[in-house]
Design a protein around this ligand. Structure first.
Ligand code: S3P
Length: 455
């Protein structure tokens, strides 16, 4: 589905305490990779708990266009993969909609094949930089046709035999790391990726689970060297996708800021490369009890019991950014209700997400009465405990979401605890990552209305 032409405005209103138990839908990062690796591997992959958001479904369609056979029986997605090295040339352009992970990882996956593949996306994705993935692919011998500034649409044509490379990822990016490793699957010899700061490690873990020959070494400074042997066999797997910690952020912050709330969030992925928000909220004084800790499909999973809390501002260390990179918009909302100042630094990557998230958050906070300062790579938020005076400062104070699902959800959460309602220009984009958001929040007692229904 293409967003942008028809916006669906929504507003959130001050709500009574939120209560209940919810089960968060599957992790987006793992869901994308499940479709990709299942589609590539020999034999059958069976997936339960898959996130059925628009982003992930676009990846599924791309894998189908390259030869994977994908269907759903009951709650299980079943994929018959093509076998490593055996993807087919897609007949039409692969449209990834809003999905940066989908397009960047698939460019790696198929870029080294000796045929051409074209990649397109929506208005948001077409503004995002692809050079970070295209540059290492060029080094591997891939011919690239792109729009100015290495933007979409992009057409790739791989060489007869791809060149395995050693690549130091210049920014903290799991997408770039992953794209190079996936390109290496179709190159002879060893492809090596060096990352200075650890980012989410789902690609490494899942590829090893599918049988790839891959080693990971971490030196005394935390620099990781990941070496992958190309052209090996991958075998289909059984995958149970744990709940998405990035989606968890929204009901979690909502429960903390709406007084009297008591919410249990089940099945949350607790991989340490993803738990920076929980660490930060606990430092702010959040009452979050981690229970029922268990291992599921090689990942740590737990339930979170959350009670509304009096939060205090903190300084979030920049080195924590990779473990909570998608959670800063939700943290900024929590900070708006905390006593004192919250300082967030090392945020340069937020400028190239589905929107320029740093400016989208700062703009949204300002038009809802929050005192904040934005600089090149940092955000300072001075909170108002109790939310007095917060909410739309005028009738036209509507948050611009810029086709960014996390901006939409963050500001709808804000309105649940603000004195005045908070409006966003579009809630339809939420379906890219969390189609159940509206129903789930309503079930907890949140008062969120779509414009047509608004009183
Ligand atoms: C992702 C990596 C991160 C994250 C994105 C998902 C992934 O992007 O923001 O939502 O699944 O690899 P970057 O690699 O750009 O940091």
């Amino acid at each position: 589905m293409t967003h942008g032409a028809h916006l669906t405005p929504a507003a959130a209103h001050k709500s009574d305490r939120l209560t209940g138990t919810i089960r968060i839908p599957g992790d987006k990062s793992i869901s994308h990779r499940s479709f990709m690796f299942g589609g590539l591997a020999s034999g059958q992959t069976r997936i339960t708990g898959l996130l059925e958001g628009e982003d992930v479904l676009a990846t599924g369609r791309a894998m189908q266009a390259m030869g994977a056979y994908i269907r759903k029986e009951g709650d299980t997605w079943i994929i018959d993969g093509v076998g490593n090295g055996c993807l087919l040339e897609p007949e039409a352009a692969l449209d990834f909609g809003n999905a940066g992970t989908g397009v960047r990882l698939t460019m790696g996956l198929v870029g080294t094949y000796a045929f051409s593949a074209t990649f397109t996306g929506d208005a948001s994705l077409s503004k995002r930089p692809m050079g970070r993935v295209l540059d290492p692919l060029r080094l591997m011998g891939v011919q690239v046709e792109a729009q100015e500034g290495d933007r979409l649409p992009v057409t790739l044509r791989g060489p007869h035999i791809a060149n395995p490379i050693t690549y130091r990822v210049p920014m903290a990016s799991a997408q770039v790391k992953s794209a190079v490793l996936l390109a290496g699957l179709n190159a002879p010899g060893t492809t090596t990726v060096i990352e200075e700061v650890m980012t989410r490690d789902h690609t490494e873990k899942m590829l090893a689970g599918f049988g790839a020959q891959l080693s990971v070494e971490t030196d005394g400074n935390g620099v990781r060297t990941i070496a992958l042997q190309g052209q090996g066999k991958l075998a289909g797997q059984v995958i149970d996708v744990p709940g998405d910690p990035s989606s968890t952020a929204f009901p979690l912050v909502a429960a903390l800021i709406v007084p009297g709330s008591h919410v249990t969030i089940e099945n949350v992925l607790m991989n340490p490369t993803r738990t920076g928000l929980i660490t930060t909220l606990v430092e702010m004084g959040a009452d979050i009890v981690v229970t029922n800790e268990r291992l599921a499909g090689g990942e740590d999973v737990a339930d979170l019991v959350v009670r509304s809390s009096e939060l205090k501002g903190v300084s979030v260390p920049p080195e924590r950014a990779p473990s909570m990179i998608d959670e800063y918009p939700a943290l900024a909302i929590a900070a708006s209700f905390a006593e004192g100042e919250t300082v967030m630094e090392g945020l340069e990557e937020l400028r190239v997400k589905e929107s320029d998230r740093l400016s989208a958050v700062a703009e949204g906070l300002k038009i809802n009465g929050v005192d904040c300062d934005e600089s090149k790579a940092s955000l300072r938020v001075r909170g108002v405990p109790g939310g007095k005076g917060l909410g739309a400062v005028s009738k036209d104070a509507v948050v611009e979401t810029h086709l960014d699902h996390r901006i939409a959800m963050s500001f709808l959460v804000m309105g649940l605890a603000s004195e005045r309602p908070v409006s966003v220009d579009d809630a339809a984009i939420i379906a890219t990552s969390f189609p159940e958001f509206m129903d789930m929040m309503a079930g907890l007692g949140a008062r969120i209305t779509l414009e047509q229904e608004a009183a």
